[in-house]
Design a protein around this ligand. Structure first.
Ligand SMILES: Nc1ncnc2c1ncn2[C@@H]1O[C@H](COP(=O)(O)OP(=O)(O)O)[C@@H](O)[C@H]1O
Ligand SMILES: [Mg+2]
Length: 268
């Protein structure tokens, strides 16, 4: 959607995330290798791919937790150098499958502790209203994640990085969470980079997406294009899993098994 793609003067605003040739790794081996990535204001962008592809590493680098090994990266106009907790004030929110709540406090107190208006939270998730006085530890997983998201979104971040926020939750809850994320993006211009295993569902809410495999982006495009090529997208997960089995114990002895993009199943 290009509702926020241009200013009044017709110029394209600076992207919220811009990575060029970004490599990230641990020790000497990059696990994210030379990726180009962009998230604009108001965009919901998916980062897809099998386990071990490098999605979380990418997000943590964008959040300022890992330094790039190579390439350039700019997040909210600056190179992400300060750790996440300091970047929240600059408009960055990070949500993972781990629920970011105080389990012994009530739902309402969780919102107060996060300096979040209860009205704003209920507007996003009306289902929390009857749970306001319940201890957060007693909420269902889906309710806990709604609370997490309400806390994150009510601070009006300019950029949301979401790493498998719906992991282990039922389909209706997944829909509610993605609905809320996409709605806030469209209404407030927040940009979203979303790692999500519910690929088909997530494509319905996304503008664009990237598919990663073994540290590289192997496919990208509009949500429509990725939906048209859903077979290829899903194959990349299988190919990733096969390659992981093959390469898990290879270590630094990579032998003849070149693990670039030429792997079974998903090429061409
Ligand atoms: N802190 C770390 N130290 C060493 N290797 C790591 C670390 N975090 C992730 N990795 C490795 O980097 C690769 C990518 O991991 P990750 O980014 O978590 O993938 P994804 O989120 O796509 O499942 C994996 O091979 C993983 O084992
Ligand atoms: Mg991950």
């Amino acid at each position: 959607m290009s509702a926020v793609a241009s200013h009044g003067n017709g110029t394209t605003p600076e992207p919220l995330v811009e990575a060029r040739g970004l490599s990230v790794g641990f020790g000497s081996q990059p696990v994210v290798r030379g990726i180009d990535l962009r998230v604009g204001a108001g965009e919901v962008v998916l980062l897809l791919g099998p386990n071990g592809a490098g999605k979380t590493t990418t997000l943590l680098c964008l959040a300022g937790e890992y330094r790039p090994m190579g390439g350039e990266v700019s997040v909210l106009g600056v190179e992400p150098r300060t750790p996440l907790h300091r970047r929240a004030r600059q408009g960055l929110a990070f949500v993972t499958e781990e629920r970011s709540i105080f389990r012994s406090l009530s739902t309402a107190d969780n919102l107060r502790a996060g300096d979040v208006s209860i009205e704003a939270a209920l507007e996003l998730f009306p289902e929390l209203e009857k749970r306001l006085s319940v201890r957060a530890g007693l909420l269902s997983g889906g309710e806990q994640q709604m609370l997490t998201l309400a806390r994150a979104l009510s601070r009006k971040p300019r950029l949301l990085l979401a790493d498998e926020l719906s992991l282990g939750l039922g389909p209706l809850v997944v829909k509610r969470l993605l609905d809320a994320v996409a709605r806030v993006a469209k209404e407030s211009g927040m940009g979203v980079l979303l790692v999500e295993q519910h690929v088909r569902k997530a494509l319905r809410y996304a503008d664009r997406g990237y598919v990663m495999r073994q540290g590289e982006i192997v496919l990208e495009g509009s949500a429509n294009r990725l939906h048209e090529r859903i077979g290829e997208v899903e194959d990349s997960y299988l190919a990733g899993a096969e390659n992981r089995l093959i390469t898990t114990h290879v270590g630094d002895q990579r032998g003849g098994a070149e693990t670039g993009t030429a792997s079974p199943g998903a090429s061409g």
